[in-house]
Ligand binder design. Sequence first.
Ligand SMILES: [Zn+2]
Length: 150
Amino acid sequence: MGDNQKAASSDVVYGWSDLFSPDEEGQGPALVGSRCSTCGYIAFPSLQVCPTCLIAGTMSRHVLSRSGKLENFSVVRQAPKGFQAPYIQAFIRLPEGLAIFTHLIGVDPDKDLIEIGTLWHVTAAVIKTRDDGQPLTGYAFAPAREMING
Ligand SMILES: [Zn+2]
């Protein structure tokens, strides 16, 4: 991971305020979603109403697993404004069953072997730069072990 991808606590957090749970046990950040008390549906980002039950008041805060398996990915070489190409977009499947759309960090898409089914851990990272030059911090997944350089 390059220094430009390390997130500082003073960075602006991308999207919503309750993105990460507090790192109380020194295990690193975990994403926060919501879970339906009636049917068990888990959503990320959090939802106010369960899309299965369609009843108000059944969703509550739910801390997600910190790691999951890489389901698929693509390398973006033509980045939208504020993003730095190349970067990797991916879906990570958590043990709870839901897939998280995310960036992958800590790997070089042109040098590292990125394998479907490998384990990745969630982390905080600078995702993009705002128009005023401020970095925006969000979530990303980093490899759980050393990548094999090709
Ligand atoms: Zn439900």
